[in-house]
Design a protein around this ligand. Structure first.
Ligand code: FES
Length: 91
């Protein structure tokens, strides 16, 4: 497993991403675009503008934070990322 140093500590270079509600898990690299991770996992996240304006791609993180997947990447300071998808039929 690849590791790297962040602030004097060694961290795994793999982040486990869990897409809910279907519980689809996949390994991702810090900095990898979320839409790319979702595509690799076979998870569909609707998109529109692809620049953070329309919120069609909005997902909820495990801590309740809402983010636009199109302008977000896998963070480097965690080993697990939980992403709650919405089933909004409007998009
Ligand atoms: S696709 Fe429009 S905000 Fe992400």
């Amino acid at each position: 497993m690849l590791r790297r140093e962040v602030n004097g500590e060694w961290h795994s270079m793999t982040v486990q991403v869990l897409f809910l509600p279907d519980e689809i898990a996949i390994a991702a690299e810090p900095g990898e675009p979320l839409l790319q991770v979702a595509q690799r996992a076979g998870v569909f996240i609707p998109t529109g503008c692809l620049m953070g304006s329309c919120h069609a791609c909005e997902v909820e993180l495990g801590d309740g934070t809402l983010i636009c997947a199109c302008i977000s990447a896998v963070p480097a300071d965690t080993t697990q990322l939980i992403i709650q998808l919405y089933g909004d039929s409007v998009w």
